[in-house]
Design a binder for this molecule. Structure first.
Ligand code: ADP
Ligand code: MG
Length: 238
């Protein structure tokens, strides 16, 4: 598990500043949900934490160690994208194993991790299929499985359920909650779905225009929203 510290983090694309002097402490083992309107910088923030995007200013530390200059592959984390990003020509089993093969990990250990992820996500009967032979929910399970096999200290999720239909979203939300109960690994989860935020989060961060409007437990945000924007976003009756 890993805690995370963001200090005065900024991100600009040319003249456009999309994250502004952002400060945030994410606790070891918490399920932090990041919400906010489209374009407010949620994905950018996750990508900076993942090391997929350079930060313009400030520091990001994982478990007290500044990772600004550490490449994505050296960070102890896994990221799950909305688009699944599976390898189309590989079986589910190979998709799960692929990221471990260049870590000089023993074959038996790779097999153990792949089998365990398959069991947790209940995709054991699908292991020899190709991605095109899977439903959307099954693909997203494989994508989550690929994150799990790395056994990271931190999971980053960028709207992982937003391509699924309503019924499947509810089902996957329940499964994600169960996964978190099982692993208790630190999670940072981006969503624009209020129900997902309220039911999954230990704490919610409301982001607007690259700045934090409020951080709190779902109950705090619901009962004591800092302003009308948060109230509108969280859906409290104020
Ligand atoms: P969100 O995930 O909250 O919808 P993003 O983090 O994707 O928002 O984007 C935040 C802002 O940064 C948007 O205004 C977007 O247009 C801009 N942006 C994102 N990536 C780039 C990029 N590579 N170049 C220029 N602007 C970008
Ligand atoms: Mg986004």
């Amino acid at each position: 598990m890993a805690g995370l510290t963001l200090r005065n983090v900024e991100k600009s694309y040319g003249a456009l500043t999309v994250i502004k002097e952002l400060n945030l402490d994410i606790h070891d083992g918490e399920f932090l949900v990041l919400v906010g309107p489209s374009g407010c910088g949620k994905s950018t923030l996750l990508r900076m934490i993942a090391g997929l995007e350079e930060i313009s200013d400030g520091t990001i530390a994982i478990d007290g160690k500044v990772v600004n200059d550490l490449p994505a592959s050296k960070r102890d984390l896994s990221m799950v994208f909305q688009s699944y990003a599976l390898y189309p020509h590989m079986s589910v089993r190979k998709n799960l194993a692929f990221g471990l093969q260049n870590l000089s990990m023993p074959k038996a250990e790779i097999a153990r991790r792949v089998d365990e992820a398959a069991r947790i996500l209940q995709i054991e009967p699908l292991m020899e299929r190709k991605p095109r032979q899977l439903s959307g929910g099954q693909k997203q399970r494989v994508a989550i499985g690929r994150a799990i096999v790395r056994e990271p200290g931190l999971f980053l999720f960028d709207e992982p359920l937003s391509n699924l239909d309503a019924e499947l979203r509810v089902q996957m939300r329940v499964e994600l909650a169960a996964l978190y109960e099982r692993l208790k690994t630190t999670m940072i989860y981006v969503t624009h779905d209020q129900v997902e935020a309220m039911t999954l989060a230990s704490r919610i961060v409301v982001l607007r225009g690259g700045k934090i409007e409020q951080v709190g437990t779902p109950e705090e945000l619901y009962t004591r929203p800092a302003n009308l924007f948060v109230a509108g976003f969280i859906g409290s009756p104020r």
